[in-house]
Write a protein that binds this ligand. Structure first.
Ligand code: 5GP
Ligand code: ZN
Length: 113
């Protein structure tokens, strides 16, 4: 999608610190990290957000979680980690291309702020 920040990052039109890439996903460091590990796992397909996803997106939504778990293993986040899809204004979603936050490397509180 032409005017989408994350589509531009996938296409390399906007620079990012790439962590991992395969045929379906692109992973890069969040520009404002909230934990020692804070990366964004995004589908290459432009999906606005979890609330806009359809059943045909089920596989990619789940696959993003598996990619996050793989990276957590690689980064030895043995103490645990968190994966988050922020959806809509109350959750603080600011970019409207589906993205899974992977956070880890520090103790996190619950409930989240
Ligand atoms: P949201 O608030 O929508 O759940 O998450 C968007 C995330 O994208 C934020 O954590 C923000 O720091 C990150 N972000 C926004 N713009 C950029 C950018 O240009 N590059 C990178 N690497 N991350 C970005
Ligand atoms: Zn996009």
């Amino acid at each position: 999608m032409e005017d989408c920040l994350f589509c531009k990052i996938i296409a390399g039109k906007i620079p990012s610190k790439r962590v991992y890439e395969d045929d379906r996903t692109f992973v890069f460091e969040d520009i404002r990290p909230q934990a020692p590990t804070h990366v964004l796992v995004i589908p290459k397909k432009h999906i606005l957000g979890l609330d806009q996803a359809s059943e045909s997106d089920a596989a990619i939504i789940g696959y993003c979680q598996l990619v996050a778990a793989k990276l957590a293993r690689e980064r030895k986040l043995e103490g645990g980690f968190r994966t988050v899809y922020n959806v809509g204004p109350d959750a603080g979603q600011t970019v409207f291309h589906l993205h899974l936050h992977l956070l880890g490397g520090r103790k996190m509180s619950w409930p989240p702020g």
